[in-house]
Design a protein around this ligand. Structure first.
Ligand code: KIV
Length: 515
């Protein structure tokens, strides 16, 4: 592939993403996300808006000093103070960039800037040339470009290039454009702006009409070679283009688009999880690429297909986005026999054909009452029908946790093995749950990773029962565990033991089958 086919990925999670209502990253959060973006191998990190606060200026400079590889960029309005603040923040970066933006639509110029076109043109020239004196890498964005007089945008863009802009970014600031129209606008820059070949064209699409990904792709098809967006699509109002969607669209449809990115796609899922945790903005289950259900199949027909060959209903291998824990088969009322058999098989439970019919109809009855039938429901079905020889290998005799704001949480546990022997151990952890799991692991000694922990109140009031659900993963198999108790730490220990017992039984059955 030739160099012109590369699409540069400009991540603005730390700037536009942080503009989401309710998000405020600390400097440490920003650094952690920036390290992850480096692993993802994005080309440009827009680390913040340094003139907006002293804290943001500090965070951007810390990123500029610490993160090597990507270009580190800061955003500035078209005035001296903002441009100087960006330079102050990014000057120590390996590759710094100043991004200057200025409104170009009639409504913004009249209502916000109180300036006419001539004034704005002069401001664009002055501010880009000031930024270019500091730094050879300058990006210019005519804000609200898609609602602007296009002829005026061409004029501004030509002026910005003449003053030293190296990237021209066309923002659909209010998410107003429709893909075909947006693609035509981007394509027109090549005919209407004399010096456009001296700059890289970028697009920045907001998601107000749910078109941000489609508009970004239309931009690429029309010649844009930089895409701006955020992880999980966070950002102002309905958010920005979701970078994971754009990146995976490029990689999945390279046959059509003939472009590529240099993103380490295996880092997509971990990056999404980190941003979800630090932003507090939960990813919706049906979100493309990174939603909980993005690779899960519920209906019998789909499960049957996927079990025969993954590609029948999946266009992306989940491993390519770093999703290694196989949770593809979800048992619900529309699941079929094949899906149920596969899950029982995963749990190491083999059922003879005669018993299977009875189990399948009991499963359908439960599924009619519940959204999803999990491993614990299957256990209950099987034990009620006398089909489960689920002999716990380990049981929890007692758990004690000592925790507080001035001490490292410590848990001591006593476990009993299947022959009645008692074992005691204790461990410190990052929190009470971590210390419980570590203490249990010191006795049980079975390698696993706790990938999910959820607690919900199942009764009301001060003596409410807490139900804890966990998921552990080992060798790409996942096992759910559940327990309820008035003390959520006891419920957590029991839920964890419940999942570990399934994992141990699974391992035992597998080694028995392998002889
Ligand atoms: O949405 C927008 O117009 C922006 C610019 C600063 C690029 O965020």
């Amino acid at each position: 592939m030739s160099a012109s086919d590369k699409i540069y990925i400009f991540d603005t999670t730390l700037r536009d993403g942080e503009q989401s209502a309710g998000i405020g990253f600390t400097k440490e959060d920003k650094l952690q996300i920036a390290h992850t973006l480096r692993k993802l191998n994005v080309d440009i990190i827009e680390a913040g808006f340094p003139a907006s606060s002293k804290g943001d200026l500090d965070a951007v400079s810390a990123i500029a000093r610490e993160i090597k590889g990507p270009v580190i960029c800061g955003l500035a309005r078209a005035n001296d103070n903002d441009i100087d603040a960006v330079w102050e923040a990014v000057k120590l970066a390996e590759s710094p960039r100043i991004h200057v933006f200025l409104s170009s639509s009639d409504i913004h110029m009249a209502q916000q800037l109180k300036k006419n076109k001539e004034d704005v043109l002069a401001m664009a020239r002055y501010s880009v040339s000031r930024a270019a004196k500091y730094c050879s890498d300058v990006e210019f964005s005519p804000m609200d470009a898609t609602r602007s007089d296009h002829e005026f945008v061409y004029q501004l863009v030509q002026a910005a290039i003449e003053e030293g802009a190296t990237t021209i970014n066309i923002p659909d600031t209010v998410g107003y454009a429709i893909p075909e129209e947006f693609g035509n606008f981007i394509g027109s820059l090549k005919n209407k702006v004399k010096d456009i070949h001296k700059a890289r064209i970028s697009v920045h699409c907001q998601n107000d009409l749910g078109m941000a990904t489609a508009n970004s792709i239309a931009g690429i098809m029309a010649g844009a070679r930089q895409i701006e967006g955020t992880i999980n699509g966070i950002g102002e109002r309905a958010g920005n283009a979701s970078l994971e969607e754009v990146i995976m669209a490029i990689s999945t449809r390279k046959d059509l688009m003939k472009v590529h990115t240099e993103i380490n796609t295996e880092e997509i899922f971990p990056s999404s999880k980190l941003v979800e945790r630090l932003s507090g903005m939960l990813v919706q289950s049906n979100k493309a690429i990174v939603g909980k259900n993005a690779f899960r199949h519920s209906s019998g027909i789909h499960q049957d297909g996927v079990l025969k060959m993954r590609e029948t209903y999946e266009i992306i291998d989940p491993k390519n986005i770093g999703l290694n824990d196989d949770q593809s088969i979800v048992l619900t009322k529309v699941s079929g026999r094949h899906g149920l058999k596969a899950r029982l098989d995963d749990l190491g439970i083999s059922i003879n054909e005669d018993d299977f019919d009875q189990i399948f109809s009991a499963f359908k009855e439960v599924a009619d009452r519940k959204d999803e039938v999990d491993d614990r429901d299957l256990e209950v079905i099987l034990s009620e029908l006398g089909n489960l020889d689920f002999e716990e290998q380990w049981s929890l005799e007692s758990v004690q946790v000592s925790t507080g704001d001035n001490q490292k949480p410590t848990a001591s546990v006593e476990l009993k093995d299947s022959e009645g022997n008692l074992y005691n151990d204790a461990a410190n952890g990052d929190g009470p749950i971590d210390s419980i799991c570590k203490a249990i692991n010191r006795i049980v000694k079975v390698e696993n990773q706790l990938t999910e922990y959820r607690v919900k109140s199942v009764t009301e009031g001060i003596d409410a029962q807490g139900e804890v659900s966990v998921r552990v993963v080992a060798n790409k198999q996942s096992f759910a565990g559940n327990a309820a108790h008035t003390d959520i730490l006891v419920a957590s220990a029991r839920a964890y033991m419940n999942a570990l017992n399934k994992l141990i039984i699974y391992n035992m059955r597998r080694s028995h089958e392998e002889g």
